[in-house]
Ligand binder design. Structure first.
Ligand code: B12
Ligand code: SF4
Length: 464
């Protein structure tokens, strides 16, 4: 049996020199996890392709093609699905967007998987072999015990700046109104600490990243995990919530376990906007103390900020850029407020008739897809782009690198965003041709997708 597992291009920051492509990110675990779950007795020939860093083998024939969909990559996923379906392959779609929009995804698949697939994917493959494939599989009873190790051997070599990734938990106890994690009813799950530690122990290199969406969502579990990690003397990065800054005991254990960088959602410098996001547990007046706490523990902070909430007026861009410099955020990152389907803000904006379109390929936090309250969509996009350009000037990049707890990490992170700024500038030049939806036009160029290069794929210009 020939199985192809695909993750469509997510238009992320990458380095491209000729045919060489490297993503400035951690390796996703989705495809390596699914590959590991394929039952051995099927004796399947498995290929995994992350389109952000490698080409999809459109010329090859496969018995079954599994494709993972985020909202922003779903349209591309459907194009790939339709192509391989025409070639006679059986198509299975899974991932967060499939759970958010199952009827839509089902139109492009023989079968869809809702929720986590640790149990349903092997079941689906057995049904496929017995010619009893069902239309839909639901991961209702998820167990993360005794998981096989991800098939990192199938992952593209030199495809990621951080190739070794691990996860310990799934889900988050937060209820932030813009986030897809609480929007899908997948629940909170943890792996046994001993199994996570054993997996990390077996990693060939010292540095790795956790892909968990919020490593500190369950304090007791986090304490147990990071205490057990200390003796391994590894170095790691991951995602956490800002509340960690107030918990000196846990922060101390995390630092001693080898944490070098954390991605943290500050989201806004305005408390009113944090309230709107249902993220009032972030206290804007405490940001300075929080940064001090992380830096005192030698942890680099990648700080995320969102523009376009209803309380944001046109001052928000310069005020945020100033605050970031003042707070000494090591690697700043900006997003445009995005009402993902299934979230509270999507329902609210829909009822207020403020959703501009449902062209999911632009639901990637880098395009405006709704009508902001205090500015035009154009002004929001221009302000976002301006903030990136201002923040990643050569001088500021250098300054942030020099004062960082880990200059190499800060330099790499800042350089990735600096390259992105160049892309934004090029985009600004071509955008006037497509003013109706800001930021909408140059997506195909932006992603360097293979749409035009792949003559065998009839795209019909669906991607702009
Ligand atoms: C690593 C990561 C990335 C990586 C890889 C993406 C990916 N597909 O995994 C990169 C860097 C590309 C990325 C980019 C972005 N990401 Co991201 N990312 C993550 C993160 C932190 C971990 C993903 C991971 O490795 N999970 C572990 C694997 C094993 O879980 P999984 O992917 O969910 O897969 C399981 C099931 O869903 C299912 N499954 C998934 N696919 C398939 C396919 C088949 C065939 C089957 C059977 C089953 C199946 O089986 C798996 C095992 O249970 C998640 C949060 C999280 N922890 O999930 C956010 C997350 C996926 N990202 C998110 C977002 C918003 C983004 C960005 C917009 C952020 C940005 N501005 O850069 C972009 C997307 C751009 C775009 N055009 O869409 C959102 C998705 C929202 C949405 N509705 O699409 C998430 C859920 C975080 C959040 N807080 O909401 N991201
Ligand atoms: S804390 Fe983070 S992961 Fe959890 S709901 Fe809020 S934004 Fe989502």
């Amino acid at each position: 049996m020939k199985i192809l597992l695909v993750m469509p291009d997510a238009c992320i920051h990458k380095l491209k020199i000729g045919s060489f492509r490297m993503s400035f990110r951690e390796a996703p675990l989705t495809l390596t996890t699914l590959a590991a779950l394929v039952p051995k007795e099927l004796n399947a020939n498995i290929k995994i392709v992350d389109e952000s860093v490698e080409d999809i083998p459109f010329q090859e024939q496969f018995d079954l093609v599994g494709i993972s969909c985020l909202t922003g990559t779903s349209i591309r996923a459907y194009e790939i699905a339709d192509y391989f379906r025409r070639q006679g392959a059986v198509i299975v779609l899974g991932g967060v967007h499939v759970s958010l929009r199952p009827e839509e995804a089902a139109r492009h698949a023989n079968s869809i998987v809702i929720g986590f697939a640790e149990q349903t994917w092997p079941e689906l493959l057995a049904d496929f072999t017995n010619k009893q494939l069902k239309d839909i599989y639901r991961g209702n009873n998820v167990s993360l015990f005794e998981l096989p190790l991800p098939r990192r051997d199938l992952q593209k070599r030199f495809g990621y700046t951080m190739p070794q990734t691990v996860f310990a938990t799934r889900g988050c106890h937060g209820h932030c109104s813009f986030c897809t994690v609480p929007a899908v009813p997948f629940g909170w799950h943890t792996r046994p600490v001993g199994e996570v530690i054993q997996e990390i122990r077996l990693l060939p290199r010292r540095r790795f990243a956790f892909n968990d969406v919020n490593l500190v969502s369950d304090r007791d579990y986090a304490m147990e995990l990071f205490t057990a990690l200390i003796p391994l003397k590894k170095k790691w990065g991951g995602l956490a919530s800002l509340s960690l800054a107030d918990d000196s005991e846990l922060l101390d254990v995390i630092a001693r376990s080898g944490c070098q960088y954390l991605l943290l959602g500050f989201e806004s410098i305005k408390q009113s906007s944090l309230g709107e996001l249902n993220k009032g547990f972030n206290r804007a007046e405490n940001y300075r103390n929080a940064m001090r706490a992380f830096h005192n523990h030698n942890i680099v902070v990648q700080g995320c900020f969102i523009f376009g909430m209803d309380d944001d007026n046109k001052d928000i861009f310069s005020n945020t850029v100033d605050a970031i410099n003042d707070l000494q955020i090591d690697i700043p990152r900006f997003a445009i407020y995005t009402p993902y389907p299934g979230t509270d803000i999507f329902s609210m904006m829909k009822s207020q008739n403020r959703i501009l379109h449902e062209s999911w390929q632009y639901y990637d936090t880098q395009h405006v897809v709704f009508q902001p309250a205090q500015m035009t969509p154009d002004e929001l996009y221009t302000g976002f782009s301006w903030a990136y350009q201002k923040t990643f000037s050569k001088t500021l990049l250098l300054k942030r690198t020099l004062i960082s707890p880990h200059p190499v990490i800060s330099f790499l992170g800042n350089t990735a965003y600096r390259l992105y700024v160049d892309k934004l500038k090029r985009k600004a030049q071509s955008i006037s041709a497509f003013r109706s939806v800001p930021g909408l036009m140059p997506l195909a160029q932006e992603c360097n997708t293979l749409l035009t290069a792949n003559s065998c794929l009839n795209t019909g210009g669906q991607r702009g």
